[in-house]
Write a protein that binds this ligand. Structure first.
Ligand SMILES: [Ca+2]
Length: 175
């Protein structure tokens, strides 16, 4: 379950008279494609503060069940309508899908579950004020999985939330 790694070099302004086309170093992908059934997504540089003027996105596709995410940490410049820096979650593979949530501030939101196997996340920062960013765990809900008692179970939607907690706990190596 490897986290995406990001280069954190500062952007440098192109020099005058430079005839080569200058491509800024990729501080984050847009989008990063994630196909594992579970994993972690963090803002670039997390737990260090994110940079200004970012646009990063992730498309998550799980093989079965519905794509679910849970915040484990959030510190994004706060605003009543998240007008400055924010993480937006969409149903489906891109930002044309239904918006499931727009998040900023420091209060951990409840888990967000997509209607299908795919969801898309976009993180935006403006030119002033930043925070530590965010850390998210994602998982395909309603998966067949070994429980802690090594019993193979299929988890129904009604118990999906409990299963998500169990799976995330297990994936962190907790008993
Ligand atoms: Ca900002």
């Amino acid at each position: 379950m490897a986290s995406p790694s990001f280069s954190l070099r500062d952007f440098s302004s192109p020099r005058k008279h430079d005839q080569e086309s200058v491509t800024p170093p990729a501080i984050c992908q847009d989008p990063a494609i994630l196909t594992g059934d579970s994993g972690t997504i963090t803002s670039p540089g997390y737990p260090n503060r994110y940079k200004d003027n970012l646009r990063c996105s992730w498309t998550i596709t799980v093989s079965r069940g519905r794509a679910a995410i849970r915040f484990t940490s959030i510190d994004i410049q706060g605003h009543s309508t998240c007008a400055y820096d924010y993480l937006t979650v969409y149903d489906g593979a891109n930002s044309s899908g239904t918006q499931l949530g727009k998040f900023c501030g420091k209060t951990i939101p409840p888990p967000v579950v997509a209607s299908g196997k795919t969801r898309h996340l976009v993180f935006i920062s403006d030119s002033l004020v930043n925070g530590q960013g965010f850390s998210i765990e994602y998982v395909g809900k309603e998966m067949l999985c070994l429980t802690s008692s090594q019993k193979l179970v299929r988890v129904s939607q009604s118990t999906g939330r409990e299963f998500l907690k169990l799976l995330l706990k297990t994936s962190r190596g907790e008993p």
